[in-house]
Design a protein around this ligand. Sequence first.
Ligand SMILES: [Zn+2]
Length: 357
Amino acid sequence: MIAARAVILAASTAFSAAAETRFDISLDPRLELAGVVEALSASSAAFPSPAHPADFTLPRRGGLARIEKRFGSLRGHPAVRFHALPSFRGISYNDRRQVLLRLSMPPALEAPSDLADLGLVSAVGGEELLERWIEGLREFARDSRFMEYHRDESFRIESELSRFRKALLQGEYLAKIEEYTGLPFRGRIHFFLSRFYMHGAAVTMVRFEDDSIHVAMTAGVEEDAPPWDDLRYAVFPDEVWHESAHGILDERTDRFTLEDSVLKAFVRPPARDCQDPGHCVREHVAVGVAARLVRAEQGDLAAEKVLAEAEEGGLLHIRAVENILSEYEADRKRYPTLAAFYPRLLGADLLVSGARD
Ligand SMILES: [Zn+2]
């Protein structure tokens, strides 16, 4: 989890929040702006058509034609030329997204002061390239009056956005995890949607001084989404549960004193989801809870997918954690909250149970 305070603060005022829910859902203008420029660079007559970066996709349903009509005359724009540079082409849209979501809204695109500390700068080719890229996007947003186009496009997909919102509310995902843990989720989940992003959720999380949590998730287009959908509007409960579990439990997990033998068992060479012992333990707890909820709601096959992915990411004890959680579920009188179950969940028994698997 990487803090992105400035961005989330900006986002929470920029988006219309449905007051009765804890979800904010909007087409994200930063991802859409960078997507439009990338799309123009690839079809530019001035350059050989470059391969689009990894994780990038093009909008459907006439979206490309509308881009051509509105922005086609801007192919010579410095921002478009920049996107066609070989040194920039190799940077995946996912890495670009990590930076974009930390900027303020276009056309200002102000960068937070800690952007350089986040380890993202090298991912996008160094500080100089980063600055030129953002400056180009700023100019393009101003020169093209991008935000006017963005308002039109947001209006166009309003019915898809409300379908997404409805599916989220009907799932009652936050109510379910609060009931499961016996603990409240104090915060909001922001969904930043983009038609140029080829993937489901990926996340940043911020904890505010009043202890509320803001989770930012990106939703894009799935390869197998129906052709009439601009967005992948199907909700992905495993990710919602995983991230809200972090929001509910991380602080409690950090406070819990682990036995030495358990802590040592969590110390492994850094893996994707397991950078240091503290991180490994937090991930085990959050994914374990998400897997249990997925198993209850979507069945064994879906739960197996969550577990297999976690193992791939380096969570060695995830199956043991998930097993032990069934004891918690069976005796909620004794364990009114998941925190009350921590001595068992993260005790040495975990390793015994893990060894049995
Ligand atoms: Zn996580």
